[in-house]
Design a protein around this ligand. Structure first.
Ligand code: NAD
Length: 363
């Protein structure tokens, strides 16, 4: 098959880590007989330097007309980079909000997976970790509290008062729930829907709609959990989770919590999907300007994001499995970048880590 991938290398370590992900995709293409056509576009600081804006309409069109978008990271040192002297709408991060909105990326998936070999980085005790954990947080990305009507006024007596509204209609809930159940069908077939239905009306509607969607997925086990309980359960017994399905703000907080219990920022991938097959795939970390250009960055989060791209945008599950298995094998064989280094392991740079992974991709 022939697929078009828009590539945003971005700023800082972005180009280094994306190059490794592309080398891995090329190996997959070679081994499985696919053709990946890469269409590079500029975004963030790299685009500001050339065009004066963080994302051009032309770049956006290329992204829209591609089958998937692979991204490194954007942004610079927020204290010293001249990009941050610009008005907020022209800064690198403005491009992120725009591309998410224009591509209709309403579903954000962040896996939190604990590798046996990196257990020492996990802040939880051994008896809690057990054999490790493997979950994804599926977060609604374009509705809820962050997008509701808001304002700050003064009452007649002069007291300042603010409000933010949390609004969801049933269609917004249904489409993210369907995505959550679809993802569960590709995994261990369990969905934990997280809400605050004991207090919030929006959560009661959330729960009702999730129940309706569940009726179409009889193979998937569904449980409902209150968000405060979920925050506790993530550190008490993370093994119990497969897919955590939740609204925007709860997902913002829980996905950070879930990823931090793995302890390794350079390992965490993410995907943001639209209603069709188009998705934007990027590591969960930023552009790490402190180590840019030094061949120190861990490319694994980006390589695992490329695996998600294969799985969710192209439905190439076997190919995605092969990339994930290669990453596991490299860790097992003791190769580490500096951020995950431990005694007795072999320290490698960005390019060498990429090479070690692609050499282990097998059909
Ligand atoms: P960061 O994630 O870039 O870096 C935090 C720390 O983790 C740094 O010490 C960095 O060296 C390290 N680190 C991050 N990724 C690594 C990797 N792959 N391998 C090894 N070490 C790694 O966060 P920050 O420093 O707060 O932000 C830097 C810039 O990135 C800012 O401009 C910020 O706005 C931007 N940012 C962009 C995105 C995005 O593109 N989606 C996300 C977050 C932050």
């Amino acid at each position: 098959m022939n697929y078009r991938i828009a590539v945003i290398k971005g700023d800082g370590i972005g180009p280094e880590i994306v190059n490794e992900a592309i080398r891995v995709l090329d190996r997959v293409a070679e081994q499985y007989g696919h053709t990946f056509e890469y269409r590079e576009i500029l975004m963030g600081g790299a685009s500001i330097d050339v065009y004066g804006v963080p994302l051009t309409d032309e770049a956006l069109e290329v992204a829209k007309s591609s089958d998937a978008v692979l991204m490194g990271a954007i942004g610079g040192d927020t204290n010293t980079s001249p990009w941050y002297q610009l008005p907020p709408s022209l800064r690198p991060e403005a491009a992120l909000l725009r591309i998410r909105k224009e591509l209709g990326l309403f579903a954000n998936i962040r896996p939190a997976y604990l590798y046996e070999e990196l257990k020492q980085a996990c802040p939880l005790r051994d008896e809690i970790i057990g054999m490790g954990f493997d979950m994804v947080v599926m977060r609604e990305l374009t509705g809820g509290l962050y997008f509701g009507e808001r304002g700050t006024e003064r009452r007649e007596d002069g007291t300042r008062v603010s409000h933010d509204s949390l609004v969801y209609d049933e269609n917004e809930i249904r489409r993210i729930a369907i995505r959550g159940f679809d993802v569960a069908m590709k995994r261990r077939k369990k969905v934990t829907s997280v809400d605050k239905a004991n207090v919030l009306d929006s959560s009661r509607l959330w729960r009702a709609v999730v129940n309706e969607v569940a009726a179409d997925y009889p193979e998937v086990e569904l449980e409902h959990m209150l968000v405060d309980n979920c925050a506790m359960q993530l550190v008490r017994d993370p093994k119990q989770f497969d897919v955590i399905l939740t609204e925007n703000m709860f997902g913002d907080i829980l996905s950070d919590e879930a990823s931090m219990v793995t302890g390794s920022i350079g390992m965490l991938s993410s995907a943001s999907l639209n209603e069709g097959k188009l998705g934007l795939y990027e590591p969960s970390h930023g552009s790490a300007p402190d180590i840019a250009g030094q061949d120190k960055a861990n490319p694994i989060a980006t390589i695992l994001s490329a695996a998600m791209l294969l799985r969710y945008s192209f439905d190439l599950d076997r190919e995605a499995d092969a990339v994930e298995a290669a990453v596991k094998q490299v860790l097992k064989d003791g190769y580490r970048t500096v951020d995950i280094m431990s005694p007795g392991c072999t320290l490698v740079g960005t390019a060498e880590m990429g090479r070690q992974i692609l050499e282990r991709i097998e059909r």
